[in-house]
Design a protein. Structure first.
Lengths: 299, 332, 321
């Protein structure tokens, strides 16, 4: 026997036109617009940059006179401690920084939303157990744990993505859970259950769409955090040694003494790059939050 | 001279859909020591009217015209700093909903004592403390509870705290905005008795706002009934709310319907004789009498010409075209 | 059970959970922890055998766990072959240095952040409010270590005058204790500035939002009705209430604070727990790394507990005992 809830009770999934409308509202918001521009800039740099100006890590300088050279017509952003072109290196680093950040966020969001919805929907002992675990991970300081895990499990891209992702889900889980809880109390859920709807169906059709907006808002902010985390881990020296990211550029700039030597062309661009992309996501995320939840006071 | 003389006050709120004229030409006067009631449905403008007196309106509200004369001084022309001198010292407010109106992280005693020293720096903290305890006792709260916090009191006791607080600087006028609405009937009676007693004892003028007509009838010397931002009827409470020979003495159709809406627990009739329809949209008020759409005795010109307040007997006025012929020669 | 006692028991349980998690992470997951150490430090067979015994590796997991707990109870955090010292001694010194840095910088960050947040919140809608919010968002998006590098560059290379590494000037001689303190203070300036530039933003945003919400509460209208000056209203009535959510949020800050401190210590070579962690990763000094992780985690748990106590003190609606 199939059943359908009445039209005004059934929650609709966020339609594609809703996404465009959301984009338009973010664009209309001044800070949101700046964020979108910054993100667009980053996307162009990351996607097109290495295509137009490819970077060859083996293209080291011939002798010591080529290392840490200031910008010139040959090298627009000068050279690094191995005599390589910083500008091309910068463009190449963009991709990894973004890739790790976004992948880690995906893992974090899937786990976090899954746990949050499960805990909020089923409540009871499952909720208590999940929330105890979540609180435990919330409390453990993230960076030391990432460092410990990186040191033990090794340094490759996959591990770093996993480590960052696994330590970002608690916040998402908590937010999603409280939203799910309040949705759960609403009448149409208990009505659907009494009509015999399975939990999976209810979650899919009634709970998930409403929570979706919250998930998206939170996800955007989590990306910012993950990108910063990757940068920090790479700076500490736990990045993948075979890949260039902005964080690892800064790591080598630091350990090679480029800072003390005043090689600003080497350490300013990667940092600015990180700033631009993190700020972009932060502005868009806050703007989205404001628009999706106008009841939010204080904005 | 009256203590408070509000003349032809107009207050409007700015909103994205146009200005809402919450108070549209209302006059009210209160003499020293007088207990006046302000009645009306929700949204009729009585709270706006009351908050306009100590200039406590929200940011998007403006007094567009009229004056609020207190002791001859027009308060509407004063800036915030000048107004502060009047607040609490001359005019204080007992707000609705005491739990939210009291600071949750400050002890009750300190909240009561605070305005005393703010308005009179010559008072020492010990003296302020003594007066605070006096006030607590006067409202029926043991003074040893001065160090407790608002959440530790029941609703009725919190309202008493609000009243004690309102009396801290010995004001001449106390505005009580729906002080008993959120309380149970027994507590309501206690608080009303308290307010009456305090008003007599300290010779306070009081403006009591309520949609509960029975309370107003019981306690007030005079009452004013507002409808949709305008004054409908005002006069001594026994004239406006009283009965003679089983008939209500109220003259305005709205007041009459309001009184009829109250079920009498002694009589048989069980069904509520409410007033059909709902109050008008105050951003687009109609030309004539605002009550006309819901009035069952409206005449032809009621919809196009606004009725003025007509003096009926001594100090009894009402705004209705039906009463044109009852206009008395007595000035009030 | 009084809430305070219950909270304390939760703290103890959490510490125990961290100890176990730490054991799991450093002793079980790597398989053979001795192999890890031996490989990176090049130990002799006798040393390896002694280690095996000290770790109780001849026995089952439970024996190892019990040995681990026993050692901890005695304050034995193992031996660092890279540093040739007991880990406990190394960590003890580093911890003190980190505490000095954190005490100073947290005070600056929290006080300034709250004050600026209250200023911005009380001027909600004004230009200075918007400017404050935007500035805060920008600064919060900065990587702390990069800000440190910039400051090293500006003050080490361009202007000079401020020490850019260490906790004291090398080979300095002091005539009195005061000079020693002054030297440390000078070395504290740039690390503290780095942390402040990034972290103040957190408190500004949280405090501002909280204050704006509080200002719209009914009791603020009462305060205004009482004829209180705007300054009294904002700083005495509103701020007391606005601080409550800020204390709650500061629990989230602790994690960010630790991350920031690690980065700052690395950039400025401040000899604290952060630098120790960094160096032990570079040298693959697992016993030290393990101890660092453990101490830092326990410290965070204790800090959370203290924040909870502070909250209970501030909010009379929450029972203390």
């Amino acid at each position: 026997m199939t059943f359908e809830l009445s039209a005004n009770e059934e929650a609709t999934a966020v339609p594609a036109s809703g996404f465009l409308a959301m984009l338009r509202s973010i664009w209309a918001d001044r800070l949101g617009r700046i964020g979108l521009i910054l993100l667009l800039l980053t996307a162009v740099v990351a996607l097109l940059g290495p295509l137009v100006f490819p970077f060859n890590p083996a293209d080291v300088g011939v002798d010591s006179s080529t290392i840490l050279q200031p910008p010139s017509s040959a090298h627009w952003l000068g050279t690094d401690e191995l005599g390589r072109d910083v500008f091309r290196e910068f463009l190449a680093g963009a991709r990894i920084s973004l890739f790790v950040g976004i992948m880690a966020t995906l893992i974090s969001t899937i786990i976090g939303a899954g746990i949050g919805i499960a805990a909020g929907y089923f409540m009871g002992p499952l909720d208590t157990a999940l929330m105890s675990a979540t609180d435990f991970f919330l409390v453990i300081p993230a960076l030391p744990l990432m460092i410990a895990m990186g040191a033990i499990f090794g340094q490759n891209l996959l591990i770093i993505i996993l480590v960052i992702g696994l330590l970002s889900w608690p916040r998402t889980a908590r937010i999603i859970r409280s939203q799910t809880l309040s949705l759960r109390q609403r009448q149409y859920v208990s009505r659907a259950k009494s009509l015999g709807a399975s939990d999976a169906r209810i979650i899919r059709r009634n709970v998930a769409p409403h929570v979706m907006q919250l998930i998206v808002a939170n996800t955007i902010l989590v990306v910012a955090g993950c990108i910063l985390a990757e940068a920090t881990l790479s700076f500490i020296g736990l990045g993948d040694p075979d890949r260039i990211s902005w964080g690892s550029m800064l790591h080598f700039a630091f350990v090679s003494g480029a800072v003390g030597l005043g090689a600003w062309w080497y350490f300013l661009p990667p940092g600015l790059g990180i700033l631009v992309v993190v700020l972009g996501f932060t502005l868009v995320g806050h703007s989205f939050e404001r628009i999706a939840n106008p009841r939010l006071k204080g904005h | 001279m009256s203590l408070l003389d509000v003349r032809d006050l107009r207050v409007s709120y700015g909103s994205p859909d146009g200005d809402v004229h919450a108070v549209d030409g209302v006059s009210l006067s209160i003499d020293a020591g007088e207990f006046v009631g302000l009645a009306g449905e929700s949204g009729c403008g009585k709270t706006t009217m009351a908050m306009a007196i100590p200039q406590l309106l929200p940011r998007n509200a403006r007094i567009s015209s009229g004056s609020v004369l207190f002791d001859g001084v027009d308060l509407s022309g004063l800036d915030e700093q000048a107004m502060r001198a009047y607040r609490w010292k001359d005019i204080s407010v007992v707000f609705q909903g005491a739990l939210n109106a009291l600071n949750p992280v400050q002890s009750v005693g300190s909240q009561i004592a605070e305005p005393i020293r703010v308005h009179d720096s010559s008072v020492s903290s010990a003296q302020a403390d003594d007066r605070m305890r006096e006030l607590l006792e006067a409202v029926g709260i043991p003074s040893r509870r001065a160090h407790d916090y608002p959440h530790q009191f029941s609703g009725g006791m919190r309202q008493r705290v609000m009243i004690a607080m309102a009396l801290a600087c010995r004001p001449r006028l106390v505005i009580a905005d729906e002080p008993i609405t959120a309380l149970d009937v027994m507590t309501q009676a206690q608080i009303i008795d308290l307010l009456q007693g305090l008003s007599e004892r300290y010779n306070l003028a009081m403006l009591l706002i309520s949609h509960d007509l029975s309370v107003l009838a019981q306690t007030c010397d005079r009452v004013a009934v507002m409808y949709a931002g305008k004054m409908a009827e005002t006069g001594p409470s026994q004239d406006v709310f009283g009965e003679s020979n089983g008939q209500a003495k109220a003259r305005h159709p709205y007041t009459q319907r309001l009184l009829r809406a109250y079920p009498n627990i002694h009589r048989e009739r069980v069904f509520i004789d409410g007033i059909p329809g709902s109050p008008p949209d105050l951003s687009r008020p109609q030309q004539g009498c605002r009550f006309e759409p819901r009035c069952d005795v409206a005449m032809g010109h009621c919809a196009s010409i606004e009725p003025e307040l007509i003096t009926l007997e001594s100090r009894h006025l009402a705004a209705c075209h039906l009463l044109e012929n009852d206009r008395s020669g007595v000035q009030s | 059970m009084p809430p305070l006692l219950r909270r304390f028991l939760v703290l103890c349980a959490s510490i125990f959970a961290i100890l176990t998690f730490n054991f799991f992470l450093f002793h079980i997951i790597p398989g053979d922890p001795i192999r890890l150490i031996a490989r990176s430090q090049r130990l002799s067979p006798e040393q390896v055998a002694k280690l095996r015994e000290a770790y109780g590796l001849d026995g089952s997991i439970f024996t190892q766990y019990w040995t681990y707990l026993k050692n901890l109870a005695h304050g034995d955090l193992g031996y660092s072959f890279a540093l040739h010292e007991n880990v406990a001694d190394v960590v003890g010194r580093a911890l003190l240095n980190t505490l000095i840095l954190l005490t100073v910088s947290t005070t600056v960050v929290v006080l300034l952040g709250i004050v600026i947040g209250v200023f911005a919140g009380s001027r909600h809608g004004s230009k200075s409010d918007s400017a404050t919010v935007v500035t805060s968002l920008v600064f919060w998006s900065l990587p702390t270590f990069w800000v440190g590098m910039l400051l090293v560059f500006i003050f080490g290379v361009w202007f000079g005058g401020l020490p850019i590494s260490g906790i004291t000037t090398p080979n300095a001689e002091y005539q009195n204790y005061f000079q020693y303190i002054a030297d440390i203070a000078r070395h504290l300036i740039l690390p503290t500035l780095t942390l402040a530039l990034v972290d103040i933003a957190f408190f500004v945003i949280i405090t501002r939002t909280s204050l704006i919400e509080v200002m719209s509460e009914d009791y603020m209208l009462t305060a205004r009705g009482k004829g209180l000056s705007r300054r009294t209203m904002v700083w005495k009535h509103a701020t007391r209430n606005a601080l409550l959510p800020v204390v709650t949020a500061s629990v989230l800050y602790i994690s960010a604070l630790v991350a920031g401190a690690i980065q700052v210590e690395v950039v400025f070579s401040w000899p604290g727990m952060g630098l120790l962690t960094y160096n032990s990763v570079l040298a693959r000094d697992y016993p030290t790394l393990e101890a660092c992780f453990l101490i830092i985690s326990v410290a965070v748990l204790v800090a959370n507990f203290v924040a909870d106590l502070v909250y209970r003190r501030l909010d009379p609606r929450v029972a203390v005992a």
